[in-house]
Design a protein around this ligand. Structure first.
Ligand SMILES: Cc1cc2nc3c(=O)[nH]c(=O)nc-3n(C[C@H](O)[C@H](O)[C@H](O)COP(=O)(O)OP(=O)(O)OC[C@H]3O[C@@H](n4cnc5c(N)ncnc54)[C@H](O)[C@@H]3O)c2cc1C
Length: 422
């Protein structure tokens, strides 16, 4: 058989591009690399094909987006056990209690699975739900967009969580819950849920990386969404205003963007955007919240950091052209930008992405019954995302437990909830 013609469109700093290249190298397959961050003509070639992300690999003219091991194997005529990635030992990955190591990127394998239980949000509600679901032998996935930026994760000290006597940060407590769920077999991915489709028995959850399939879903997204919009935000959403760098960064190649936020999510997104943009202007309106590692950004020449700067207004004609900024000296300035990425927090349930898929009240809280069932069979909600009597970590964790047991009843078609006694 003649050697396949393989072209890899890559970008600088893209981890999945590295995965694709090392996979091909591991197989001894020669390929032509076309770095779209360095050579504009390659970026234009992608745009012409309406491809707005890397890696994009052409194998004998057939396109593979992202790192899709199975597709590579198929198109290259390889068997699964020839694949160098087939040797990972899941055992070695467990018992590492570190927020960064618990969450993995979304892989092709995850996109192919049909999960019994998926929790959107990995805070105390989602993490506790994952403990119960995974222990109840449901194939469980936790999706969280910013594991170090949820309400519990940014809490400095937790003194009232039953059974925890020592001084613990919110993130330490949360990491314990997540590690416990992982020990029972739950998987964790870092990604933003963009939309959902609950119209069929198998629920669909849209991420920038692809679609997750689930027999039951728990909505545990907390209540950290901003309560008001910036002037111009709504008008320019999708035309320069974005909330997801994974989805939209490639549109800002060599351009200038502003990132606004005060937590790990904003830092993470600014870091990602810096791989594409000429300049990233990070505006931190107040103090940084939670466990935030700033060092990588401070040493990145493409990133400009503006502490105590706020965005007053977003303006433009057809798309975003300028932002009006109130500086730390309370002076108004007009900055030219091509786009703005917003990661601001507040006290509202972050449930807009659900649209009309489940019933929500006038403030966006998901409506549930005593078993935390929404109006859609197989979809549950809890923690701060429902109207709880009071917002506390222990209450969210209890909600997670109830919802997971309800989901187990749904998935296994039981007549009653089954408690977990040891
Ligand atoms: C300042 C402050 C101090 C507090 N102190 C205490 C305390 O001392 N003790 C106590 O018991 N409680 C305390 N609380 C309350 C407690 O932190 C919350 O009640 C609890 O964290 C809510 O849990 P949750 O899982 O519902 O939401 P969160 O903890 O907010 O977790 C929600 C998760 O969902 C993720 N998410 C959101 N949207 C998406 C999406 N579209 N896609 C993917 N992931 C998404 C977020 O990244 C986040 O990690 C405090 C709250 C605040 C604000």
């Amino acid at each position: 058989m003649s050697a396949p013609e393989v072209i890899v469109y890559s970008s600088t700093g893209c981890p999945y591009c590295e995965k694709v290249k090392s996979f091909l190298k591991g197989q001894g397959i020669e390929f032509e690399e076309r770095n779209a961050s360095i050579h504009k003509e390659y970026f234009d070639q992608l745009k012409e094909r309406k491809i707005f992300g890397t890696p994009a690999t052409l194998i004998n003219g057939k396109l593979v987006l992202g790192f899709q091991e199975k597709k590579f194997n198929k198109l290259l005529g390889l068997t699964e056990d020839q694949s160098p990635m087939a040797t990972t030992t899941p055992q070695a990955e467990t018992n590492i209690e570190n927020a960064d190591s618990i969450f993995q990127p979304v892989s092709e394998k995850i996109l192919e699975e049909v999960y019994d239980f998926v929790t959107i949000g990995g805070g105390p509600a989602g993490a506790s739900a994952a403990v119960y679901a995974a222990r109840g032998k449901l194939k469980t996935l936790v999706i969280d967009k910013a594991p170090k930026a949820g309400t519990l994760a940014i809490t400095h000290k937790i003194a009232n969580y039953p059974g925890v006597r020592e001084e613990l940060t919110g993130l330490e407590l949360l990491t314990r819950m997540q590690a416990q769920a992982k020990d029972f077999g739950a998987e964790f991915v870092r990604s933003t849920v963009l939309s959902v489709d609950f119209s069929d028995e198998i629920k669909l959850i849209e991420l920038a990386e692809g679609r997750i399939k689930a027999k039951s879903v728990f909505i545990g997204v907390g209540a950290k969404a901003p309560s008001s919009k910036i002037k111009g935000e709504e008008e320019f959403t999708g035309r320069g205003v974005s909330y997801c760098s994974t989805c939209d960064a490639a549109f800002y190649q060599d351009q200038v963007v502003a990132v606004v936020g005060d937590n790990d999510e904003a830092i993470h997104e600014a870091q990602n955007l810096a791989k594409y943009c000429k300049t990233v202007k990070l505006l931190i309106p107040t103090e940084l919240k939670g466990d935030v590692d700033f060092t990588l950004l401070e040493n990145n020449p493409k990133v400009e950091i503006y502490k105590r700067h706020r965005v007053r207004e977003i303006t433009g004609t057809d798309s975003v052209e300028k932002v009006i900024v109130l500086t730390d000296k309370r002076v108004e300035q007009v900055w030219d930008v091509d786009g703005i990425f917003l990661y601001l927090g507040g006290m509202m349930p972050g449930t807009d992405f659900l649209k009309g898929s489940v019933m929500r009240d006038e403030e966006g809280y998901v409506m549930v019954d005593d078993l935390l069932r929404t109006n859609v069979d197989g979809v549950f909600a809890g923690g701060d995302a429902r109207r709880t009597p009071i917002k506390q970590a222990v209450i969210s964790a209890a909600d997670g437990a109830i919802a997971a047991l309800s989901a187990e009843q749904h998935v296994n078609k039981r007549s009653k909830l089954r408690p977990q006694y040891s």
